[in-house]
Ligand binder design. Structure first.
Ligand SMILES: O=C(O)CCC(=O)C(=O)O
Length: 255
């Protein structure tokens, strides 16, 4: 599904952007169904909370950012359920971490026009720690995402750090310490995207994104998939850690 170059880029850089996985009709259905899901079920918040906001936003902006986040769009729309078995998406994930793939989550991150919320520098690992590297996040863009819409920015090669210490707690979303990890201190690469593009990135890859300053929505949906041999960290052996197998077979091997 992916080329040798794309697979090599993912392994080297910790991310790769892939175009053309979805047909125009598939994309249009996903865009319009998501619009309906947001209209009927969405709730606007100001976005992730935490002390990091003081370092990423002016005082006025801190109170006026907007976000619509939503898990499990397939609870509302069959089109979104079918994506979990989309040959192009799952074939690509298999090329990166396969052959046996377990779905972990689907989550909408929508940044409304003026002033869609930013995200601080972080890895996704602390949100859902597992016992290996073969966990890939797939950011499907539903809208064209130019730089000033808050495009995803990644720190190239940072996945080789493995899991890093994050600021965590009940009052904050996990994020890297802002004194050390802030876009002004650490170089990152912005990945502008077209609607339909998917950015595959390791859950170890450091990333962030800025506010949406355009007059258009910037909607993207993150799918998390991992090799089915991996197990969540910190769960008792008898706790359930099963979820939908979207490719291959989950063997009952010791973790
Ligand atoms: O959608 C974005 O810009 C970033 C989202 C993010 O940080 C994440 O998916 O972990």
């Amino acid at each position: 599904m992916l080329t040798e170059e794309q697979i090599a880029a993912y392994r080297r850089d910790g991310y790769v952007k892939v175009e053309g996985l979805f047909s125009a009709d598939e994309l249009e259905a996903l865009r319009s169904e998501m619009g309906r899901v947001i209209d009927e079920w969405g709730t606007e918040t100001k976005g992730w909370v935490g002390p990091w906001r003081d370092r990423y936003l002016t005082q006025k902006e801190r109170e006026t950012t907007k976000a619509v986040f939503m898990h499990n769009p397939h609870f509302y729309s069959a089109a979104w359920g079918r994506v979990l078995f989309h040959p192009g998406l799952i074939g690509s994930v298999r090329d990166l971490v396969g052959p046996s793939i377990q779905w972990h989550h689907t989550c909408l991150h929508a940044k409304p026009p003026a002033l869609g919320t930013p995200f601080p520098m972080h890895q996704d690992y602390p949100f859902y720690p597992h016992d290996g590297p073969d966990f890939v996040d797939c950011l499907l863009h539903l809208d064209d995402t130019p730089l000033d819409s808050g495009a995803l920015c990644v720190v190239t090669g940072s996945h080789t750090n493995g899991p890093m210490e994050h600021i965590t707690g009940p009052e904050t979303a996990p994020h890297l310490p802002t004194d050390e990890y802030h876009p002004e201190r650490v170089d990152s690469v912005p990945i502008q995207a077209k609607a339909g593009d998917v950015i595959f990135f390791s859950y170890y890859t450091i990333h962030w994104s800025n506010v949406n300053r355009t007059d258009q929505w910037r909607r993207s949906v993150r799918f998390g998939f991992h090799n089915s041999e991996m197990r969540p960290v910190g769960k008792e052996p008898d706790e359930p850690y099963n979820n939908i197998i979207v490719a291959g077979f989950k063997e009952n091997a010791p973790a």
